[in-house]
Design a protein around this ligand. Structure first.
Ligand SMILES: [Zn+2]
Length: 353
């Protein structure tokens, strides 16, 4: 039976420090999009009403049953328009659903992750894509994974200055673009630092941090700054070494190939491009969470990357990813909890043997 863990009203005392029996049951309501009646509650302190649905990720959604099918299409390289056609949704509705779901999944992934176990090793690389127009608005995407489990720790896009061969036509296009959007800044160092910091956050207690990268000259300085010089073991591999399975960077190269293939907007020569960087970031978050919690590490494995790292006891289903809302950090409900257990309380539980 579902027990509300707190009053959803942020102004209420029972939101921050809920006491037992802070609310009482208050009947049911029926919604045409849901098969069962939904329990209502009333907070005894602030008098506000809420329901079990208030704690769900699809709270207030239209056609909530299409959320999971949409995620499955978007992590399979299908674009927004084709997804909209397949699900019989409008394009705007598809985009709005995507943004809400991706923000939710980014929070879920951060809430569920714990500390990396000893023996973990990090792999970092960058790949390039663009927003709006390839010639004038390139992006660099720093990408950090745990090498053994392929767990995606972070990726986010950063603007870079256009470079490479400059024809007269291209120079004019760059000028026109800068008149429209302002001078294009190079924020790639900030993106690298922020991405590496996500690794440092889950590696605080490790005695040594093994980091694999290529030989780009900017990496050692940022890595020392983020991870601390004394415990960093930085292994650098020349980019000219053959990119086969024996290459030390094979795990990250392989993960990059996978995200490029399965996120339509990262594919080369595709017309599925991101118009805005922030929505590319959401696409990266959506794919990363699915990769970490739903997909097996390798096809012959039973476990997901997050499961191998001990963050969750089993692989999650897409519908479980889309269960409880995650905007109260670790005080949000655990996706595998039915009765109202928070992630913090779930992580304190003794392991079931
Ligand atoms: Zn209240």
């Amino acid at each position: 039976m579902f027990q509300p863990p707190r009053c959803p009203n942020r102004q209420c005392r029972q939101h921050h420090d809920p006491k037992p029996r802070f609310c009482r049951r208050n009947g049911f309501y029926r919604a045409s999009c849901r098969p069962r009646p939904i329990q209502r509650f009333l907070c005894r302190t602030c008098g506000r009403g809420f329901s079990r649905q208030t704690f769900r990720m699809d709270y207030r959604d239209h056609k909530p049953h299409l959320n999971a099918p949409l995620v499955r299409l978007l992590v399979s390289g299908v674009g927004f328009r084709q997804s909209a056609r397949q699900l019989n949704l409008s394009l705007t509705c598809t985009q709005l659903k995507f943004r809400k779901i991706a923000r939710h999944l980014r929070r879920l992934d951060l809430n569920l992750r714990g500390s990396l176990p000893p023996g973990s090793s990090l792999q970092f690389d960058e790949f390039e894509t663009y927003e709006g127009e390839r010639n004038t608005r390139p992006l660099s995407v720093p990408f950090l994974i745990e090498g053994k489990t392929r767990y995606v720790l972070w990726s986010e896009a950063a603007p870079i200055r256009p470079r490479g061969r400059m024809s007269e036509k291209r120079k004019q296009a760059i000028q026109a673009s800068e008149r429209r959007h302002g001078p294009r800044k190079d924020l790639s160092a900030r993106g690298i630092r922020r991405t590496m910091q996500r690794g440092a956050d889950v590696a605080k207690h490790l005695t040594f941090i093994v980091l694999h990268t290529d030989e780009k000259s900017i990496y050692p300085g940022i890595a020392r700054e983020v991870f601390g010089e004394s415990r960093l073991v930085h292994v650098r591999t020349n980019s000219k070494v053959a990119r086969d399975t024996l290459n030390p960077l094979f795990p990250i190269n392989h993960s990059e190939a996978m995200i490029r293939d399965l996120t339509g907007r990262l594919r080369r020569d595709s017309w599925l491009t991101s118009k805005l960087r922030r929505y590319l970031d959401l696409g990266l978050a959506l794919w990363g969470t699915w990769r970490n919690y739903v997909r097996r590490r390798f096809n012959y494995d039973e476990e997901s990357p997050a499961q191998l790292l001990g963050f969750v006891p089993r692989r999650l289903r897409v519908t479980e990813l889309l269960s409880w809302r995650q905007d109260w950090s670790r005080e949000s409900l655990h996706p595998l909890a039915q009765g109202g257990t928070t992630i913090a309380a779930w992580k304190r539980r003794p392991p079931v043997s």
